[in-house]
Structure formats: structure tokens, C-alpha cells
Design a binder for this molecule. Structure first.
Ligand code: ADP
Ligand code: MG
Length: 280
């Protein structure tokens, strides 16, 4: 197994909530080259799990192994792409992408060449000398993906990377990300609250239950990746994922809106499963 998440538990403490468990006994195996999506209601611990894999935080219990080696901290083989592109505004696109390479001691000429190749992959060759404020949201996120890929990670960790983009831009980036995934054969762990996005992109989908975060269901979406996918297969998978999520969404909504909220009368329909907004 390539990425192994083994009995992970994590609690946080806050003044309002005291100590509360966010992740409870998470076990997950990811094969090399998998595109895993994690879907779950907001606050269920998706980002927390991603940060643990990235080595940006430590679990209370359990272990995360990459290629058999325990994760002890951040490493160059695991790179994160966040929802906000987080580019340095005073650096050009090229300088943003070469930044990490230069920190590693690579010469400017080599770093520039490597960055140019990566920027070509995300179709930004024409904008290498632009500054972030001159770019659209989709272009900024492409720079952020290039900045991650240029480090040649084995695992790309993506935390709702397209959530802030408009629908058309998101569709284009879906296509590009799938092309990159196939070309580079990297392993991707992709966090989203968008069921349709998960079905479109992933080879494997994990649905999280909330409070504390636990794995509720696992789906293989491999059949949707082998060429053209008939709509009914995609829709069927979306339905199944939504069914697994429904109780969890209700839990969150009840907590936010009080017990008088009726999930029966406010049932979420299939049409909205593509993007249920920040509620899930
Ligand atoms: N550093 C922290 N300290 C205290 N609480 C935290 C911290 N990080 C996250 N949380 C809480 O843990 C829960 C899970 O957070 P998160 O992993 O960000 O959820 P998700 O990404 O699924 O929306 C939330 O209730 C959040 O408020
Ligand atoms: Mg999150």
C-alpha cells in the first residue's frame, strides 16, 4: 500500500467547546496513482486529515505511512494546494513557481527551465511574467498547482482547490487536473464538498461522517474513469454518495438551525447534489 492511514485519532481543544474529538479511528489505504476524493459535511475533519498527511500537524493516535515510512513532518514528496492560491503578490508567476526550487538550492537557470515546463502543463506559458493581481481566479489556482507540481511530489494534497471558482472555470480545471494526473501518474488526495466533482475526478471516494469525523462509506469510481462514462452510471454513483451523506448533513443543519429544522420537508434533491454550497 502506498499511502496508509492507520487508526488516526485527533482532538482539538477550544475555549467554547472544551476538548473534542475531530477524527476517530480513520483507516484508509491509497494505492499509488489513485485519485482519492474525501467528501463530507463542513467541519467533519477533512482539512485536519489532509494536514496530518501533509505532516503539518500531528495525530494523537495512529500512524500515517507513505511508501512504508511514517510521516513525521512535511516532506517534498507531499505537497498541498489550498483553496486560496496563496501566491506571493510581489513575485511574478515564474518567480512564484521557482521559489521552492531556489530554496532547495537549484540554480536560477535550472529552476526557470523546470518552472517553464510545469507552467506549460497548466497552460500558463504566456503569463510567466504577470503578477498574481493580473490573473483571474482560475489562473491563480493554476499557478498554485504548478508551484506544487514543480517540486515533483509523489502525492498531491488538494484542499477544496476549486471551491472558490465559478462553474465554467472549475470545469476547465477539472479537465486539466485529470490530464495532469494521467500524464504524471501521481497520487492525489482531493478534499471537496462537491459530490459531482468527486465523481468526475476520482478513482476512489470516501464519505466522512461528522462529529467526530469517521469514514462512513467508500466508493470505487474507477468505471467512471475508463473513457466516456454513461450519465446513468455517474448519476447512480452521485445518488449513492448523497444517500450516505444525507444523515451527516442533517446532523450539521440541526446543530446550526435547531431541532425544529425538518429534513423531510427540506430534502436535498439530486439536482442540487452537484454543489450544495458551504452547508456540506
Ligand atoms: N487548530 C484547531 N483548533 C481547534 N479546533 C479546530 C482546529 N482546527 C480545526 N478545528 C475544528 O475541528 C473541526 C474540523 O475542522 P476541519 O478539519 O477544518 O473540517 P472540514 O475541513 O471538514 O470542514 C471543526 O469543528 C473545526 O472548527
Ligand atoms: Mg476544510
Amino acid at each position: 500500500m502506498y499511502l496508509q492511514i492507520d487508526g488516526i485519532e485527533k482532538s482539538f481543544t477550544s475555549r467554547e467547546r472544551g476538548t473534542f474529538k475531530v477524527l476517530d479511528n480513520i483507516n484508509l489505504d491509497v494505492n499509488k496513482g489513485d485519485f482519492l476524493s474525501v467528501v463530507g459535511p463542513s467541519g467533519c475533519g477533512k482539512s485536519t486529515l489532509l494536514y496530518l498527511i501533509a505532516g503539518l500537524d500531528k495525530a494523537d493516535k495512529g500512524e500515517i505511512l507513505v511508501d512504508g515510512k511514517p510521516v513525521k513532518g512535511p516532506g517534498p514528496e507531499r505537497v498541498v494546494v489550498f483553496q486560496e492560491a496563496g501566491l506571493f503578490p510581489w513575485l511574478t508567476v515564474l518567480e512564484n513557481v521557482t521559489y521552492g526550487l531556489k530554496l532547495k538550492g537549484m540554480s536560477k537557470a535550472d529552476a526557470d527551465q523546470k518552472a517553464m515546463e510545469t507552467l506549460k502543463l497548466v497552460h500558463l506559458s504566456k503569463y510567466v511574467h504577470s503578477y498574481p493581481h493580473q490573473l483571474s481566479g482560475g489562473m491563480k489556482q493554476r499557478v498554485s498547482i504548478a508551484r506544487a507540481l514543480v517540486m515533483e511530489p509523489d502525492i498531491l494534497l488538494m484542499d477544496e482547490p476549486f471551491a472558490a471558482l465559478d462553474e465554467q472555470t472549475r470545469m476547465v480545471l477539472h479537465k486539466e487536473l485529470l490530464e495532469i494526473w494521467k500524464k504524471l501518474k501521481i497520487t492525489i488526495v482531493f478534499i471537496t464538498h462537491n459530490i459531482r466533482e468527486a465523481v468526475l475526478l476520482s478513482s476512489k471516494i470516501v464519505v466522512f461522517a461528522t462529529r467526530p469525523g469517521k469514514i462512513k462509506a467508500t466508493f470505487s469510481a474507477k468505471s467512471t474513469k475508463d473513457g466516456v462514462t454513461p450519465d446513468d452510471i455517474t448519476l447512480h454513483l452521485e445518488q449513492q454518495i448523497l444517500a450516505a451523506l444525507q444523515d451527516e448533513i442533517e446532523k450539521v443543519l440541526k446543530e446550526e438551525m435547531g431541532d425544529d429544522y425538518s429534513f423531510e420537508t427540506n430534502r436535498i434533491h439530486r439536482d442540487t447534489s452537484g454543489d450544495m454550497g458551504s452547508g456540506i
